[in-house]
Design a protein around this ligand. Structure first.
Ligand SMILES: NC(=O)c1ccc[n+]([C@@H]2O[C@H](COP(=O)([O-])OP(=O)(O)OC[C@H]3O[C@@H](n4cnc5c(N)ncnc54)[C@H](OP(=O)(O)O)[C@@H]3O)[C@@H](O)[C@H]2O)c1
Length: 326
């Protein structure tokens, strides 16, 4: 099959459209003819040799895809050839075919193209897992997400608002802050100019947020904790700013704060299936009706994966970058 491959880790130029072995169908899985794949920040790290795939996962790049089911294992009853689906994978999205655990697959709403659908699984399910399952955001509560213009950020704004909660974001420019507000965010801090803890205090009448979804890490730790309400949860899903910081234990103890680390990729298939089922139970209707949906910055052909990575590295995008697979 065709796939984006690279011989050695490196910059974007190592990526090329080549051949990879077609994966064998396994128990509990379906084979999908991929028509589009979402690009994620983790793909850039994997390409650089900094984020190896978990044991047993495809070594190819790509954590999500959309396409058509073309083969189903004997023990799978939930899917049939011809179904239009989108799926979370622990690798192998940047290819013409993927073999995916049936529990990680979701039906594509009729109104969405494959390119739009491929922008959904990783961002929506990551936010669902971390803000709603681990962070337990209550209806009417408040959340802060960093990088409001990212795939994760645009998904967070939509899910938090659909949940009836307040969403505060950070972003690196007035333009991105404005687009986050248009998408539904209640307040936005330009992290290059504003103190986001102050923005949170202003937007919550000094109470703080119930959940912070953080992908920056070390440099934001203290202000993230300061932004939390009593009993608040800081869920760390990325370390774009650095991996070390000193934790002020005093306020943590007095205000009963919790810090949670979380990654989706290496979770067992059964846990991913529970996340998918939870997401569909809580947000399936909103997804069908279009209350929530993909925010696609641009769609590029699979062969232009290197260009897609360059756009993401420069943070020139708002929402998701998608690769279309001919
Ligand atoms: N643990 C997990 O399971 C999991 C799963 C999915 C994603 N993630 C993580 O979530 C993060 C977002 O992923 P993505 O694929 O959505 O990436 P993305 O679209 O490339 O987003 C990264 C965003 O971060 C913003 N940013 C950079 N520095 C910032 C700072 N100091 N403060 C606030 N925002 C900043 C960037 O835009 P501006 O600077 O222009 O605002 C950009 O919008 C990544 O760290 C990724 O690894 C983790």
């Amino acid at each position: 099959m065709k796939a984006i491959v690279f011989d050695e880790p490196g910059d974007e130029s190592v990526l090329r459209l080549g051949e990879a072995p077609t994966p064998a169908l396994r128990e509990g899985c379906v084979r999908i003819a991929a028509r589009a794949a979402g690009v994620n920040r983790a793909d850039l790290m994997q390409r650089q040799g900094l984020y190896p795939p978990p044991p047993g996962a495809s070594k190819l790049l790509g954590l999500e895809l959309a396409g058509e089911v073309i083969e189903v294992a004997d023990d799978v009853q939930t899917w049939s050839p011809g179904d239009r689906v989108m799926a979370l994978v622990s690798g192998g999205g940047y290819a013409t075919e993927a073999v995916v655990h049936a529990g990680s697959v979701m039906r594509v709403p009729d109104r969405l193209s494959f390119a739009q659908a491929a922008a959904l699984p990783e961002a929506m399910l990551t936010v669902y897992r971390n803000v709603f399952q681990l962070g337990a955001l209550p209806r009417g509560g408040a959340a802060l997400v960093h990088g409001g213009g990212s795939g994760i950020g645009t998904a967070t704004i939509q899910l938090v608002k659909a949940w009836g909660a307040t969403c505060i974001v950070t972003a690196g420019s007035a333009e991105k802050c404005g687009r986050c507000l248009e998408l539904g965010a209640d307040a936005a801090a330009n992290y290059r100019e504003d103190d986001f803890a102050q923005t949170v205090a202003d937007a919550t009448d000094g109470r703080g947020v119930d959940v912070v979804l953080d992908s920056i890490g070390g440099p934001y730790l203290e202000k993230n904790l300061a932004s939390l309400a009593i009993d608040g949860r800081l869920v760390i899903i990325g370390l774009m700013g650095g991996a070390r910081a000193e934790i002020p234990l005093g306020p943590m103890l007095v205000r009963r704060l919790r810090v949670i680390g979380s990654t989706l990729r290496a979770l067992p298939d059964e846990t991913k299936a529970e996340i998918v089922q939870g997401f569909l139970a809580d947000f399936g209707e909103a997804l069908e009706s279009g209350t929530i949906g993909p925010v696609v910055d641009r769609v590029l052909p699979l062969g232009e994966a290197a260009a897609a990575h360059r756009v993401m590295k420069a943070s020139d995008h708002f929402g998701k970058i998608v690769l279309e697979i001919a």
